[in-house]
Design a protein. Structure first.
Length: 245
């Protein structure tokens, strides 16, 4: 997981620092090389990669601002090749967590009509003939935004969808059992994504599946730890209740 170390600070908005991890540049160069064939000039491939990360950054700001709104801590966003990470600490309540998580995909959902409208205006203005590169860029960003929305709401913990599942299960099942179920589904989902990656022979999906698997396992171990802690607290309570003569 990337952190502030090895990253450069890009800017600060509303007290939230946005960092860019060094590995972002390596993958940016790689992706731009692949995407350049789509456009008449490689500059447009650079714009597409920057546009992708503008969408990712807005998604992360959704998380960070929602987390603050419910009284949590959020002051750092790190961008890296697999997307963005908002370092948030929402209050340990189901409702507060649910809102902090849901606000990320909600940003992509709100961007959908905005990008659709922009594409409509561009088409009406004859941009597909007058500036086909810019028009293609807009179309690609529309699809990337839809892709980000769908991917993030997959119920594979620790993806947003998996964390939403966890927060929803928290209401009836409590903090520990909800984490066991969500991280268990996350482990299964990550293995499924790994198989898809093998099938598609996609190295990126492979790396992503491996990252998700390791994080889902961290979730599972945290649930085990919480269970142990709760059992110890209960044992302590039983001990304390013992009558003393
Ligand atoms: Zn998210």
């Amino acid at each position: 997981m990337p952190t502030q170390g090895g990253s450069i600070r890009l800017f600060r908005v509303a007290g939230i620092d946005v960092f860019l991890h060094w590995s972002w540049f390596l993958v940016a160069i790689y992706e731009v090389q692949i995407w350049r064939s789509m456009f008449s000039s490689p500059v447009w491939a650079v714009w597409l990669y920057l546009g992708l990360f503008a969408l990712v950054t807005m998604h992360e700001f959704g998380h960070a601002l929602a987390c603050r709104q419910v009284g949590g801590e959020a002051n750092q966003i790190v961008l890296w090749p697999l997307g963005g990470i908002a370092f948030v600490r929402p209050p340990q309540r189901a409702g507060a967590m649910l809102w902090s998580i849901a606000a990320g995909p909600l940003v992509n959902l709100l961007l959908l009509p905005i990008l659709s409208f922009a594409a409509h205006i561009a088409f009406s203005a004859g941009m597909s003939y007058s500036n086909p590169d810019a028009y293609k860029l807009l179309g690609k960003l529309w699809w990337i935004n839809v892709g980000l929305l769908i991917f993030n709401i997959l119920p594979v913990y620790p993806l947003d969808g998996g964390q939403i599942l966890r927060a929803l299960l928290w209401f009836p099942l409590g903090q520990i059992r909800s984490l066991f179920i969500a991280s268990g589904v996350g482990i299964a989902g990550a293995i499924g994504l790994g198989l898809i990656a093998l099938w598609w022979q996609s190295i990126w999906f492979g790396i992503l599946a491996f990252f998700l698997l390791s994080q889902a396992m961290v979730g599972w171990r945290r649930a085990q730890f919480l269970k142990l802690e709760a059992a110890e607290a209960e044992a302590h309570l039983v001990q304390e209740k013992r009558p003393i003569f």
